[in-house]
Ligand binder design. Structure first.
Ligand SMILES: *Cc1c(COP(=O)(O)O)cnc(C)c1O
Length: 379
């Protein structure tokens, strides 16, 4: 079938709208170009790389307005690795997990597979809504996702009433939320994420904001495995205490991708220079408002998430009428250079999913929607 050519004049300037990996700003790539002669291909144990890691940690501390005693820890393997690290190094005996999409389900699956932990208590909700775990007896850790990237659902982040008295920790997967959606870090003990979404970097790294209680928990679990008869195994790669020790020296346990660190450092600095979390979250709110309002007004599109409060401000999911086949629309957009607006494959809906992270210009979001209308009118 002949494709439809969108006029140059209405195309967005930058055509990347992925929900992760997401747009990397040209200035970040410039920073990478500068690092090419000084940092790339050099030892990650030397001062220049330590300075980059140090700047990331300080920049994040300022961005998230860390309460006293909280610290920024990082390591290799992405949020996926952090799930297993939480199993090995943070959950004492049993966790309660909110499950409402692919990513929150994967975290719960990791917990269920850990042979030294009891099966997690699940709080489940249909895709398109969320379930924050409720206070549960014997549970020592509560886990859920701030933003379920597979469905475009934003969940609230708060200390579950009674959980503190219980000595339980709050672990929040913030991968597509951190940097885009406001959060009160004091409500969490581990707020962790990969940097290839709102932080516009590349994959392969995890960052976790840890409370003093989370650090204490990890140290306690570390000590307990030396006891005779301990069933737990902490593979060195999943040792949070090792990651903490390294991070405090602005290092990682094993060799990191230096390019990822350079891109991330530039992004954190850019966000802080522009006004930090208040600025970036307002920008994402603006872009997501544009998308949801367009969908509400459209004759063929509607927001997938029914509850307006639960609609993500970083990843917008939009259902399309049966008469508009998403696969065909997305293919035509791709022919015109507009990338990655497909829905999450396993969700299997006739849907667009639009990443509106801080790097994405709200004007480009408007242009994208004009292009969608242009194509749909001619399909
Ligand atoms: C993307 C994503 C992950 C996985 O990140 P990786 O870097 O691939 O490990 C985990 N959780 C959420 C909410 C995500 O959006």
């Amino acid at each position: 079938m002949a494709t439809i050519t969108i006029p140059q004049s209405i195309l967005p300037e930058d055509k990347r709208f992925g929900s992760g990996p997401s747009k990397i700003r040209p200035e970040q790539v410039e920073a990478l170009g500068q690092a090419a002669h000084t940092v790339l291909g050099t030892s990650h144990r030397q001062q220049p790389v330590k300075d980059i890691v140090g700047s990331i940690r300080e920049g994040m501390a300022s961005f998230f307005a860390l309460p006293d005693g909280y610290e920024v820890v990082l390591g290799n393997g992405g949020a996926t690795a952090f799930w297993d690290m939480a199993c090995a190094s943070l959950i004492t005996r049993q966790a309660a997990c909110g499950v409402y999409g692919s990513f929150s389900a994967k975290m719960a699956a990791s917990v269920a597979q850990a042979p030294f932990l009891e099966d997690p208590v699940l709080f489940e909700a249909e895709p398109g809504s969320y379930a924050v775990p409720e206070l549960t007896q014997y549970v020592d850790t509560y886990c859920w996702a701030h933003n379920e990237t597979s469905t475009g659902v934003e969940a609230p982040v708060y200390r579950i009433e009674g959980s503190e008295e219980q000595g339980a920790l709050i672990l929040v997967d913030a991968t597509s939320a951190a940097g885009a959606i406001p959060v009160d870090i004091a409500q969490t003990d581990a707020y962790y994420f990969s940097p290839q979404k709102a932080f516009g970097s590349e994959g392969g790294l995890w960052v976790a904001i840890l409370s003093p209680r989370a650090v204490e928990r990890a140290e306690g679990i570390r000590r307990s495995i030396s006891l005779e008869g301990a069933r737990r195994w902490i593979p060195p790669f999943l040792s949070l205490t090792d990651a903490i020790d390294n991070s405090r020296k602005n290092q990682t346990l094993n060799t990191p991708a230096l390019g990822t660190l350079v891109l991330l450092e530039d992004q954190v600095r850019w966000l802080n220079e522009n006004g930090g979390m208040a600025w970036s979250s307002a920008r994402c709110r603006k872009s997501s408002d544009i998308v949801y309002q367009w969908a509400e007004d459209s004759s063929y599109a509607s927001p997938f998430v029914k509850d307006p409060q639960a609609r993500s401000r970083s990843v917008c999911t939009i259902d399309l009428d049966e008469s508009v086949p998403a696969a065909q629309l997305i293919a035509i957009l791709r022919d015109n250079g507009i990338l990655d607006v497909n829905g999450y494959r396993k969700l299997g809906r006739n849907q667009l999913r639009i990443g509106v992270f801080p790097s994405v210009e709200p004007a480009d979001v408007k242009a994208l929607l004009a292009c969608v209308d242009y194509v749909v009118e001619r399909m």
